[in-house]
Every structure is written in structure tokens, then in C-alpha cells.
Design a protein around this ligand. Structure first.
Ligand code: 5GP
Ligand code: MN
Length: 344
């Protein structure tokens, strides 16, 4: 139970929040629905307590999250903006959500690290680095949003819980579980989802905003990717997709357009491991997904300087897209015994 496991942490969280006036909340770089929903839920809570609070995102978030209550209040650190080491000076409290390592803050990493402000991290990634003063972390949770629900409801602040908080948390849980298709086997997750619905979260509307908000360009982009950019290795139960810079320009890519493309190969019967390689300005952005016990968190960390969760991880490669794919194929061939006999 959350209350027993985090008894001391809940107390410190309460004390620090009460004693703090100026508070900043940070999701990770390239934030997803869980990071943004979690950050906004806390933002709304603290705003209702009359705190001087702000969400600062190290980079843009996908446009399909624009419907989230208070998402227009997020301060985004754009690509060109310089961040000084003193960026977090003069604060009372820093709260990071949905990341387990400083590297996930990208250009805010150094200023966050240098800041002497009390730091709280709330996260559900495995093996967190020790860089916070207070860590509320549990990788058995579906999402950081679910942890935040448990934290708010175990605290003295639970009377502040409202429909806008519930909407943000529902979006976080829904997106981090692929709409309850993975990381969501715990009945407790569904009990909490039930509570969010009771509080007014409109599940059909949230689903529609997140998953049925493609632009025509994105839909055509996806068609192109499925037809021309997807390789399937049936014996190895693996599929991978690559996207070049030219592809992104041709289909007028908007931030977030390639989100979830990595899942496409997993819709093919028998495919249990998928990867996507996307040519970005000066590196190749990689995502991995798996079904069952194949741990892509370890895979990403070992070969592609990344990390994440057992079934969803990411990393990067500095080289050409061809080199990335060559490296990937040669590595998975080393896993052929495991993959050929893999059962899900
Ligand atoms: P995505 O593939 O959607 O970008 O990320 C999937 C998961 O992997 C998320 O939990 C995300 O935080 C994590 N992740 C993605 N890219 C990286 C990376 O470069 N480094 C680390 N450590 N984690 C990543
Ligand atoms: Mn998450």
C-alpha cells in the first residue's frame, strides 16, 4: 500500500509544500502524456493552495495534449533558448515528474543539478539515480500519474482534488498504458481510474483528443511509413521502422507526429519486439517496444545510451540511419536464440 510504503515521504512532501512559496515543476525532455499530465495535476493542486507555481518543460510537448486543463500555462524552454546555471535560483521547491535521471532534463540538467533548492522526484521508472532530496519512486505503478493520485489522496491536500486534476491524471495513465493495453494489470490501477471518472474525467473525450487527433499529413505519413519504411524479421519476431529527415519534411512533420509509430509492427501477429529510428538534426532518435519479458530498458541502456521501462524505452545513436539499422540488426541476431523461441 502506498500509505505504508511512503509514510515518511508523504510527510516530508506535505511539510515542504506547506513551507514553500515559489515552486517549479518539471517534466522530462520530450514529455509524453504521463509527464505533462502529472506535472499539470500537481500544478493545479499547488495553484489551489495559492502557491507561486510554474511548470517548466525542457522541450515542446505533442499538440494532442493541448486540450489538457492548464496546458497553456506551461513554460517551454525552446531549442534556441540559453539556460544559465542560476536558472533555478531563488526558489523554495523543485518537483520533477516522470524521470529517473538528470540526463532526461536535457538543457535544464546543469541548472537543476547546481540548484540548492530542495528537490522532490516523483517517478515510476526502474533504478532511479540518486539526485533528489526526496524520492517517491515505484516502478510497479502504471504511470507517474497513478503515483501522483496516490500521493495526493494520502496527503492532507486531498480536498483540493478536482475534475481538472482528474482529467490530467487520467490522460497520464491512459497514455502510459497505451489505453490500458500494457502496464495496467493491477486492479488498483482500475480502482484509481474509477475514482478519476467519479471526479469527472471524461474518458471518451480524452481518448478522442489523444488518439483521434491526427492531421491528414500525419495519417499519410503513417501510410508511407507502413508501406515503405517498415522491415519485418518474422523469425526474430521483430519489426523496425526508419524515418529519414526527407520523410519528415515531405509530410510536414509536426512535433508529436511520430509518437506511437513504434507500436505499428507490434500489431502484426507474432511480432514481439519493435524499434523505430528517426533521423533528427544531429542524431538518430530511437524507441523500442516489446511484449512480455523481453526487457527493452536494458537493451536501450546497453546498446543505445538510453533507458526507460521493460516494455517501452528509448535511446539515441550518433551516426547515419543506415549505420544505426546495421548495428541494430547485428545486435538482434545475437539475440536470435532468445527471440526465435520467445513466447508471449
Ligand atoms: P519514447 O520511446 O516514447 O520516447 O520513450 C519510451 C520510454 O523510454 C519513456 O519512459 C522515456 O522516458 C524513455 N526514454 C526515451 N528515450 C530515452 C533516452 O534517450 N534515455 C532514457 N534514459 N530514457 C528514454
Ligand atoms: Mn511515465
Amino acid at each position: 500500500m502506498f500509505v505504508e510504503k511512503f509514510k515518511n515521504q508523504i510527510q516530508v512532501f506535505e511539510q515542504k509544500v506547506i513551507a514553500s512559496e515559489k515552486i517549479k515543476i518539471l517534466p522530462h525532455y520530450n514529455p509524453d502524456g504521463d509527464a505533462i499530465g502529472s506535472a499539470l495535476a500537481l500544478y493545479i493542486l499547488l495553484k489551489k493552495m495559492n502557491k507561486d507555481v510554474e511548470v517548466i518543460s525542457p522541450s515542446h510537448f505533442p499538440g494532442f495534449l493541448n486540450f489538457l486543463p492548464f496546458s497553456n500555462k506551461i513554460n517551454i524552454i525552446g531549442k534556441k533558448r540559453e539556460v544559465e546555471d542560476s536558472f533555478f535560483d531563488g526558489l523554495d521547491l523543485l518537483i520533477g515528474v516522470d524521470f529517473n535521471g538528470l540526463g532526461r532534463l536535457d538543457k535544464l540538467k546543469q541548472s537543476f543539478d547546481k540548484s540548492s533548492t530542495f528537490k522532490i522526484i516523483i517517478d515510476h521508472h526502474p533504478e532511479p539515480e540518486q539526485f533528489a532530496d526526496l524520492l517517491i519512486s515505484d516502478s510497479s505503478y502504471s504511470s507517474t500519474a497513478e503515483l501522483i493520485y496516490a500521493l495526493i489522496m494520502s496527503s492532507n491536500f486531498k480536498d483540493k482534488f478536482d475534475k481538472d486534476i482528474a482529467t490530467n491524471l487520467y490522460a497520464g495513465i491512459m497514455t502510459d498504458t497505451g489505453s490500458f493495453s500494457y502496464n495496467s494489470s493491477s486492479p488498483e490501477t482500475f480502482r484509481i481510474v474509477g475514482e478519476l471518472l467519479k471526479a469527472g474525467a471524461e474518458k471518451d473525450k480524452i481518448f478522442d483528443e489523444v488518439y483521434n487527433s491526427f492531421s491528414l499529413n500525419r495519417m499519410r505519413f503513417m501510410g508511407h511509413v507502413m508501406l515503405n519504411r517498415m522491415h519485418i524479421l518474422p523469425k526474430l519476431k521483430t519489426g523496425y521502422i526508419y524515418i529519414t529527415e526527407k520523410d519528415r519534411l515531405q509530410f510536414k512533420e509536426k512535433y508529436g507526429d511520430t509518437e506511437n509509430f513504434v507500436n505499428i509492427p507490434l500489431s502484426i501477429k507474432g511480432i514481439v519486439f519493435s524499434a523505430i529510428f528517426i533521423e533528427r538534426e544531429n542524431f538518430i532518435k530511437i524507441s523500442f517496444r516489446s511484449k512480455g519479458s523481453f526487457d527493452v530498458n536494458i537493451f536501450a541502456a546497453k546498446y543505445f545510451n538510453g533507458g526507460g521501462h521493460k516494455n517501452a524505452s528509448g535511446g539515441e545513436f550518433y551516426g547515419s540511419i543506415q549505420e544505426t539499422m546495421k548495428k541494430f540488426v547485428s545486435i538482434i541476431n545475437e539475440y536470435s536464440d532468445e527471440l526465435i523461441n520467445y513466447e508471449f
